[in-house]
Design a protein around this ligand. Sequence first.
Ligand SMILES: [Zn+2]
Length: 116
Amino acid sequence: MHEFSVASALLKQVAELAVREGAERITQVRVSVGEFSGVEPELLRLAFEQLIPGSPADGAQVMIEPVSLQAGCRRCETTFAVASFRFQCPECGSPDVRIVQGEELILESVTLETEE
Ligand SMILES: [Zn+2]
């Protein structure tokens, strides 16, 4: 499953960050998942649930935030939500649009706990 490799790559990133910051514990991990990123938020959550126990992020709270797909019209500059993958401007009908958000898969933030 694709989501497993995504989750394990993210966890590796988180673990490296924790080592670099000299953190004692990883308490929270936030990930933004675009609707058009090819990753299913629910499957990603399940993958994290299975991969986290025993990893450096053991006990961390994982928050997965879906990001809706939005496009912008190149002709009239209107920004609109894309429904049913219909890439056409609702204002002027132009099919010349670009994706503004929804393709991303981002590690938004990691909360670490450092021993004083
Ligand atoms: Zn337009």
